[in-house]
Ligand binder design. Structure first.
Ligand SMILES: C[S@@+](CC[C@H](N)C(=O)[O-])C[C@H]1O[C@@H](n2cnc3c(N)ncnc32)[C@H](O)[C@@H]1O
Length: 425
């Protein structure tokens, strides 16, 4: 069955319960994983990636909805600006009161739920599923036209000028935007080139929402800890957004993106954005070491200039306390004078050690590949380098890095913020 046919038959199912048909229950396939599995089966992964159609699990949806509890009134207008098949809106609808009839329940829910999706078929399925939820919860069997319900859930681009009016009326937002990299045609004040779509969607959202509307969101980790998104985070802070975060690991079995959940709210108090509640105020690594990214980009930098000693992630032995490089290449950019420490940037939460380090020694300056971070001790001593690799092996540092970030690449910010733990000699 094509996805188009599936949506068509779902519309018929929601329209009427024929005499003799069993009542709709919460276990109905349309309310569970079936629509998403048909979508995954019938719509190519290229299309799904292009539009960022990766839908929330029930657990994720319930968590986002519960973040709004106590912050908004029962009759608040809750909006999902990229609603897909409605998983987040269904989780909110599960908390809304029932009325005497299906029609009056749907009218009341329709005043409290809003959303956009650029695909009409997903919006249709979202409406169908909300109708089925109302049927299941209220044991209703009257006939309705599902496509004439929920007038504020629209097949529309969230960025379209006509979307602004509804966005600016929302009392709260449930948000799971597309996560793919994209090139944005308009100039953004905080980045250029390929950018994670989630940042662009959040930029738009926070520029039009009314000030007191909270945003319960699931977002890719790179927005929270990627160095490229520092200006984006500053932009959110300048708009007075703050919030804590919870790491959630991989989004789901089909979506290999590490994510976090957050409740973003606005206040004029100088609250931190996405700062760990356990941030350490004691001495940090940045107080004792200069942390840099290696400068050689092998496939981009021309082989020209002086002959330099050269190290890359593959050829540097892990945990060596005194590694003297011998490989060379021609290079005309910045080089580093030993002794210093290099730390592999590629690191995932599943690795045993997050920050794998090596002390580099020798008399000549060294060109360093950009898959390595460089830590240069303020006192230029070998012992400070060796103390650092000893410290990076500590289980508490490993845990701290896992706690701090789920990104696959260690960032200079994460290493700089590590607490300094003196060697145990
Ligand atoms: C990550 S899915 C999330 C769906 C839903 N919020 C959930 O959590 O299950 C993102 C959705 O955004 C939609 N989308 C992509 N670009 C959009 C745009 N410019 N305006 C509105 N929706 C868009 C996609 O079709 C997709 O359904």
């Amino acid at each position: 069955m094509t996805f188009e046919n599936f949506v068509e038959s779902a519309i018929q199912t929601a329209r009427i319960i024929e005499i003799g048909e069993p009542a709709v229950t919460l276990a109905h396939p349309l309310l569970n994983g079936v629509p998403y599995s048909v979508f995954r089966r019938e719509v190519s992964i290229e299309t799904r990636r292009e539009i960022g159609a990766f839908f929330s699990s029930d657990a994720m949806a319930m968590e986002l909805v519960s973040q709004l509890e106590g912050r908004i009134d029962d009759d608040a207008l809750v909006l999902d600006p990229t609603c897909g098949i409605g998983n987040l809106l269904l989780a909110r609808a599960a908390t809304l009161p029932l009325h005497d009839t299906l029609a009056s329940t749907l009218t009341s829910w329709g005043e409290r739920l809003a959303g956009f999706d650029s695909r009409d078929d997903l919006v249709q399925l979202c409406k169908v599923r909300l109708c089925m939820l109302a049927r299941a919860r209220g044991n209703f069997n009257d006939e309705i036209d599902p496509l004439r319900t929920f007038p504020q859930i629209l097949g529309r681009d969230m960025f379209a000028p006509e979307s602004e009016e509804l966005l600016s009326r929302a009392d709260a937002v449930l948000f799971n935007p597309p996560f793919g990299k994209t090139r944005w045609p308009e100039k953004l004040g905080w980045a250029s080139g390929e950018i994670n779509a989630a940042a662009i969607f959040l930029d738009r959202l926070t520029s039009v929402l009314k000030p007191m509307a909270p945003i319960a969101a699931v977002l890719p980790e790179v927005l929270r800890c990627g160095a490229r998104y520092a200006r984006f985070r500053s932009m959110l802070s300048q708009r007075n957004y703050s919030g804590t975060f919870t790491l959630r690991g991989r989004f789901d079995p089909w979506t290999d993106v590490d994510v976090f959940t957050t409740l973003l709210t606005r206040s004029t108090a100088d609250e931190p954005l996405w700062r760990s509640a356990t941030a350490d105020q004691s001495t940090q690594l940045a107080d004792r070491y200069e942390i840099r990214v290696g400068t050689v980009v092998p496939h981009r930098d021309p082989e020209s200039g002086a002959s330099r000693l050269y190290i890359c992630a593959k050829t540097t032995p892990a945990w060596e306390p005194a590694f003297e490089p011998s490989g060379r290449r021609l290079y005309q950019g910045r080089v580093f004078s030993p002794p210093f420490v290099v730390i592999r940037r590629t690191s995932s939460p599943s690795d045993k050690m997050r920050a794998v380090a090596t002390v580099v020694t020798g008399k000549e300056p060294v060109a360093v590949e950009n898959h390595l971070l460089v830590a240069i001790p303020n006192d230029a001593s070998l012992s400070a380098c060796q103390s650092l690799i000893e410290m990076l092996r500590l289980p508490e540092i490993n845990e701290r890095l896992n706690d701090l970030m789920r990104c696959r690449h260690l960032t200079t910010g994460a290493i700089k913020s590590l607490p300094w733990i003196a060697p145990s000699v």
